[in-house]
Design a protein around this ligand. Structure first.
Ligand SMILES: [Zn+2]
Ligand SMILES: [Zn+2]
Length: 81
């Protein structure tokens, strides 16, 4: 399945870290809207972010280090209101 607008994958503008990509399916995830799972230990090194479906498939374990994945929730990431 291809999604539109996949040009310049490496040139994706970084809006802080509001938008991340699932490491497994490359789905774009907005941490202010979606529930995103991440490994605290690998997210800087490997961009270890995962969508809920893949996090469940991984049994909520990081495929890199085997630690438990933590959900990133908007109210943790950014308190806007
Ligand atoms: Zn995914
Ligand atoms: Zn990890």
């Amino acid at each position: 399945m291809s999604t539109s607008g996949l040009k310049g994958i490496n040139a994706v503008g970084h809006r802080g870290w509001v938008e991340v990509k699932c490491r497994i399916c490359a789905k774009k995830l907005d941490i202010t809207l979606d529930i995103v799972y991440a490994c605290q230990h690998c997210r800087d090194r490997y961009d270890a972010y995962f969508c809920t479906a893949d996090a469940r498939r991984l049994h909520y374990r990081c495929p890199f280090c085997g630690r438990e994945l933590q959900p990133i929730t908007p109210w943790i990431a950014q308190k806007r209101r």
